[in-house]
Structure formats: C-alpha cells, structure tokens
Design a protein around this ligand. Structure first.
Ligand SMILES: C[S@@+](CC[C@H](N)C(=O)[O-])C[C@H]1O[C@@H](n2cnc3c(N)ncnc32)[C@H](O)[C@@H]1O
Length: 290
C-alpha cells in the first residue's frame, strides 16, 4: 500500500516546473557545503542521491517557463556571481557557469550534477529516480561507470539495500516531492531505519515550508526516535514570493560535519540577505543536539 502511495506521488511530480527556484538555491548550496565539509577527511565516501530527478534542467523548457519559478531564484541572484560571496555560494555559481560555457544559466544543475561534479576520484555516487521520463533524462545526461551508478529504483528500497556502504563513510541526500502528506512520516521512518544500520552516515533531508506545516510531522518523528545531532537550517522567505504556495524551505542534517558548520551559516546568511532583501527569516540550530 505504502509503495503505491509513493509511486502515485512520483508519477505526478516533475521537478522541471520548479528548477532554479528559491528552494533549489538553499538545497544545492547547503548540500555542497555538507559534502565539502566531509572532504576534510581524505577517506573515500559513498554518496546516495535517493530522489535524483533528471540531474540537469533546461530553464527554457515548457515546464520551467510555465510558472517561471527560476526568475525569483537563480534569476535574481545570477548578477551577483562575480561579487564576493561565501565559499558554498561561489562553488555553486562556478558549477552553473561550467554547465553553461556559452554564458547564462539555462542548463541548471540539479543535485546529481552537483554531487557528480564534487565527487573525488575514490568516491562512489549512486543516483536513483523511479519516474521513467526523469530517469531517461538522467541516463542521457551522465555516463555511468564503476563509481557512478544510475538506478531506476525506489528510493526507500535503495536505502535498505545500499546502506551501510563498504566505505563506512556516506552522505545520503533525501529530496522527495512530498506529493502526499504521508511522505513526511515515510521519510522519517526510512531515515530512522537507515540510521540503525548506518549510524555514522550523514543524512541530508530537504523539506518545504507550506501553509499546512506538514514538516512538523517529520520533526516530531525524528525527535521521538532517540536520534541525536540533527541540525535544522531553514529559510522563511516571508511575503517575498506571494505567487508561490511554498514560502520557504529547510534542511535537516543528521551528523553534520563539523567543518561545514561555519560555511553553512555563511551561505544561509548570504541567501537570506540577497534573496529576500532582509524580509525573510532564517533558522540555524539543533533540532536535536548531540
Ligand atoms: C524534488 S525532485 C528531486 C530534485 C533533485 N534532487 C534536484 O535537486 O535536482 C523529487 C524526485 O523524486 C522522484 N521520486 C519520487 N518518489 C520516488 C521514489 N519512491 N523513489 C525514487 N524516486 C522518487 C521524482 O520522480 C522526482 O524526480
């Protein structure tokens, strides 16, 4: 039953409609900071992009142009790319520029492109998406190899099958579409189970801020699980984007690398200042401390 609910959500959601919006900025910049913080140790690591989508989004596609969400995200910040910015923001601008050698930001890199770009020689990356169209695009954009797997596989199954990784160091990125309200609890349950098998993994969970406040279900489930060291990073854009139901977004990071803490705070401050011109509010602190 649970499987069919998840599949129903998966089939009706396409990230191309939202690519490059305010939530993608927070998501990709903070994810990059976490990965960079983990690179402080030289040991190879495993990265799982459990809800990958297509990896690269065309912002001139019919979907992206429908609501033009990218205009109030990357469209708003792009002119700042040559200004001084925190390292996570600068890394992200550089990645977008590398995807668009002819200039601009039309080819917008998603989470898989970011992780693929950052992976070091000994690291392994697996990206999963169950949507047939998204998966075909993903496979068309990247060359899989021994260290980089692309799987048309259910994220919840992948978590069970692929953890713990043989490297004993791992980053698990969970970016579901939350098309059904049960998904907030399903994600919490999946993380709690995965954490039992791989307690030292770094789990990064993205969530939207919507009027229904369903992300509180995710918080409640994780808080009551007994898991420790869960950092909460949130940007509430206030009334900046009245056309969007989603007024902000957040990330929960289980076992955040210590070296990422200052970069993540700097990124959050910069995004809040430049994206919301001081009208937004931000949260940076422990949902559950050590
Ligand atoms: C929000 S999008 C991911 C965006 C992507 N992480 C990025 O930052 O570029 C969510 C994706 O999860 C996929 N999806 C939804 N349910 C899934 C499931 N149970 N297993 C695998 N993929 C799923 C959807 O097809 C969709 O492409």
């Amino acid at each position: 039953m649970k499987r069919s609910i998840q599949s129903g959500a998966m089939l009706s959601y396409q990230h191309s409609y939202h690519a490059g919006n305010h939530a993608d900025l927070l998501k990709h910049i903070i994810l990059g900071d976490v990965v960079a913080g983990m690179f402080n140790k030289e040991k190879p690591m495993f990265m799982l992009d459990a809800f990958a989508s297509r990896g690269i989004y065309a912002l001139d596609s019919e979907q992206a142009l429908k609501n033009r969400e990218f205009e109030s995200g990357i469209g708003k910040l792009w002119e700042l790319r040559n200004h001084a910015s925190p390292q996570g923001v600068a890394r992200w601008f550089k990645l977008i520029a590398a995807e668009n050698p002819e200039g601009g930001f039309n080819r917008f890199p998603g989470s898989t492109a970011l992780l693929h770009h950052m992976a070091r020689e000994g690291d392994r990356l697996t990206a999963c998406d169950l949507h047939p169209q998204e998966f075909d695009k993903l496979r068309g954009s990247f060359q899989a190899n021994r260290r980089f797997s692309l799987l048309k596989r259910d994220a919840f199954e992948a978590l069970k099958a692929l953890l713990p990784p043989k490297e004993k160091r791992g980053l698990i990125f969970l970016d579901p579409s939350y098309e059904v309200k049960e998904e907030y609890r399903s994600i919490a349950k999946a993380v709690i189970e995965a954490h039992r098998r791989f307690a030292t993994g770094v789990y990064v969970i993205w969530y939207p801020l919507l009027p229904a406040q369903r992300h509180l279900d995710l918080f409640r489930a994780l808080k009551s699980s007994g898991m420790r060291k869960i950092l909460r990073i949130e940007l509430d854009c206030g009334d900046c984007f009245p056309e969007m139901q989603m007024y902000g977004s957040g990330m929960l990071i289980v076992n955040p690398p210590w070296h990422a803490e200052k970069p993540m705070q700097d990124s959050l401050d910069w995004i809040c200042e430049h994206l919301t011109a001081g009208r937004g509010t931000k949260q940076y602190g422990w949902l559950v401390p050590e």
